[in-house]
Design a protein around this ligand. Structure first.
Ligand code: 7RM
Length: 654
């Protein structure tokens, strides 16, 4: 955020109270109720979390709520439960059995509806199919699928048999997939022939084939292929199987057993400050307690809701609020495969009206795109089914917040701006829609049970409006347990910066009302359209190109994406800087990581500015990238004089 943006946030005084009719029916109905609940959680966290955990079905009771041996936590110790049973079997007893669990719409407009009973059968069949491939509890399974029902079915089937999944976003490249397969040592990959995106086929199976041919990708024994786009693919006999064939041969009956509360449920890779993405590991009991509790509280779920979280299952938001949280709560979810502007900019609004969506949860970057496309698109559709709106992934600017409230929510729906992370597993800071009065741009206050705070480097609390580090003082059930295969990095990244606290990597301030204003990352992580990327990751991709000698990547503020990637590149001698090389490098990054990491702008420089100790001066480059911006021209050769001058002005404090 720029200084002007921060000062405009400091002047944000608008407040919106929960609408009366909404509050009257809500789970938490008033500020007083919120305060009482938060105080109860604060006074006896174990009792509070035990109460939340009792909302789930356990096959064996826990003996201890939380075993906290900083920085290692175990939750509901000794307890056993099955996540798929909680999301499915538990709902089959009464009327919910025939209620829709998944409403699916593909990008081309094809529709499928699965009731809880149908979803349960599909999950049992696929669980048996995985067993028939030799998958056992503890084996990792990679999922590389478009947003189709099979994605949720595969996740739940893995959970059912205790095989942790690692979902890889379908927009990631073969190289990125290979890295994740190597690190997780997945035995099976579940993919599709392709997925639909803006009318084009995303050739997923071809990427899997390439990934499996890369050095050291040697753990995968089977590939399961969902037929989706019917494009031509190659199938290797013995290794590759069609989903349909496996499932046709599998029984729809599967007796699930409870898994230990601390049994790994999934790992999900996310960017940190180094080039190598880290596998964030979540476990069974605590994660599901967190996902279910927050879904109920933050989205105020009730019977009849149609919940649409627009995130892809490749991100943690898709894990917690497309699949696990809503299904554990017996909700009806809407799942959409494609782009928000295919075939037109009103695709979302047309779907909200047609499916009768009551809760919409999306990202600021999408909201800003809708704003730009114009009010006429939502205006064409009846959005009166909506009763609650949510935002996640990056700070939402007050202007977008106000637009969302007025144009989409008809000034009637509360907005929940939810702050959380892959690492936290579930929402941490958010309004309770029936209780919290909201301020545009603020995620408001921590949920009951969450001990979030803003502190100085020495761990002492910041005063009102004093910027500091966002931390969490006490463990919470859905916290990550480790970075897969690198516990030392877990300790160092999250529990070493600020003594005695979990450090989130974000800067924030609390205002005089105790409301949190998240200011963004304080590390080298950038947030592009709500997607986390590390500058190092993009730099490693750039320097792996033969024509690049050195590269430095920074984020610059972007009206639409939040941040845009700007790369400063020094070409190797003999390589000509220019549009052709820039295009080649952008394509190279897309191939190495995925299209979302493709730099918006590449600037060539004869040399990069460095400190005496040889560190690239990123802070300086950030200034250059956001200041001396030449629109449309992506390949400016940096003026060395400008860099040197700036370098001098920074040299003292970098
Ligand atoms: C859920 C998710 C996490 C990072 C986090 C923040 C930023 C997320 C908000 C937000 C301001 C929000 N997981 N972030 N939500 N910043 N307000 N409501 O996004 O692991 O992919 O990213 O995203 O910087 O640290 S994530």
């Amino acid at each position: 955020m720029t200084t002007t943006e921060i000062s405009s946030l400091l002047q944000e005084h608008r407040r919106f109270d929960p609408p009366g009719p909404f509050a009257a029916r809500a789970h938490v109905k008033s500020e007083a109720e919120y305060r009482a609940m938060a105080a109860r959680a604060e006074a006896d966290p174990d009792a509070f979390w035990a109460e939340q955990a009792r909302a789930l079905a356990w096959s064996h009771p826990w003996t201890k709520v939380c075993d906290w041996d900083p920085p290692d936590a175990r939750w509901f110790v000794g307890g056993k439960l099955n996540v798929a049973v909680n999301c499915l079997d538990r709902h089959l007893g009464g009327a919910r059995a025939n209620q829709a669990a998944i409403l699916f719409e593909g990008e081309p407009g094809d529709v499928r509806v699965l009731t809880y009973r149908m979803l349960h059968r599909e999950v049992c069949r696929f669980a048996n199919a995985l067993l028939s491939l030799g998958v056992r509890a503890g084996d990792f399974v990679a999922i590389y699928l478009p947003m189709v029902p099979e994605a949720a079915i595969a996740m739940l089937a893995c959970a059912r048999i205790g095989a942790p999944h690692t979902v890889v976003f379908g927009g990631f490249s073969a190289e990125a997939l290979a890295d994740r397969l190597k690190d997780s040592r997945a035995r099976v990959v579940i993919t599709a022939d392709g997925g639909w995106r803006r009318g084009q086929v995303v050739p997923l199976k071809a990427s899997v084939d390439r990934a499996l041919g890369m050095p050291d990708v040697d753990s995968v024994q089977h590939v399961v292929v969902v037929r989706r786009t019917n494009n031509e693919i190659s199938m290797r006999p013995g290794r590759d199987h069609f989903w349909d064939d496996l499932v046709a041969a599998a029984s729809p009956v599967h007796e699930a057993r409870g898994h230990d509360s601390e049994h790994p449920l999934f790992s999900l890779y996310t960017s940190g400050t180094t080039g190598k993405p880290k596998g964030i590991l979540h476990t069974t009991g605590g994660y599901l307690v967190g996902a279910a509790y927050t879904t109920r509280m933050v989205f105020d779920l009730r019977d009849g809701d149609v919940f649409w979280c627009t995130a892809d299952i490749g991100w943690v938001t898709g894990h917690s609020y497309v699949v696990y949280g809503p299904l554990a709560s017996g909700a009806t979810i809407l799942m959409y495969e494609g782009a928000p502007n295919q075939p037109g900019p009103d695709r979302f609004w047309e779907m909200v009206a047609r499916w009768g969506v009551t809760i919409l949860y999306t990202a600021p970057t999408a909201i800003r795109a809708f704003m730009r496309w114009g009010d006429e698109w939502p205006a064409k559709h009846d959005l009166s089914s909506l009763r609650l709106l949510g935002s996640v992934g990056e700070p939402i600017n007050p202007e977008a917040w106000m637009w969302y409230r007025k144009v989409i929510g008809g000034d009637r729906c509360p907005i929940v701006d939810t702050w959380w992370q892959t690492e936290t597993g579930s929402i941490m800071i958010s309004p309770l829609p029936g209780a919290t009065s909201t301020k545009p741009g603020s995620a408001t206050r921590p949920l009951p049970g969450i001990a979030a705070d803003v502190v100085r480097k020495d761990g002492t609390p910041c005063g009102p409006d004093e910027g500091g580090f966002l931390v969490v003082r006490r463990p919470w059930p859905s916290m990550l347990r480790t970075i897969f295969g690198d516990h030392e990095r877990y300790v160092k990244t999250y529990f070493s910066e600020i003594a005695g606290c979990y450090f989130a990597g974000d800067g924030a301030r609390k205002d005089a009302d105790g409301y949190f204003w998240i200011m963004g990352r304080v590390d080298d992580v950038i947030n592009v359209s709500g997607h986390r990327l590390s500058t190092m990751e993009v730099e490693s991709a750039l320097v792996s190109h033969p024509k690049v000698a050195e590269a430095a990547v920074v984020g610059r503020p972007d009206d639409l994406k939040g941040q845009a990637i700007v790369a400063f590149v020094t070409p190797r001698s003999g390589a000509a800087a220019g549009d052709a090389l820039a295009a080649e490098l952008r394509a190279h990054v897309a191939e190495q990581i995925g299209a979302l990491a493709r730099p918006e702008e590449i600037r060539f420089a004869e040399a990069l500015p460095k400190t005496r100790s040889g560190k690239i001066m990123r802070r300086l480059l950030r200034e250059v990238a956001s200041g001396a911006q030449t629109r449309g021209d992506t390949t400016t050769l940096e003026d060395q004089a400008v860099l040197e001058k700036l370098a001098q002005s920074f040299a003292t404090d970098e």
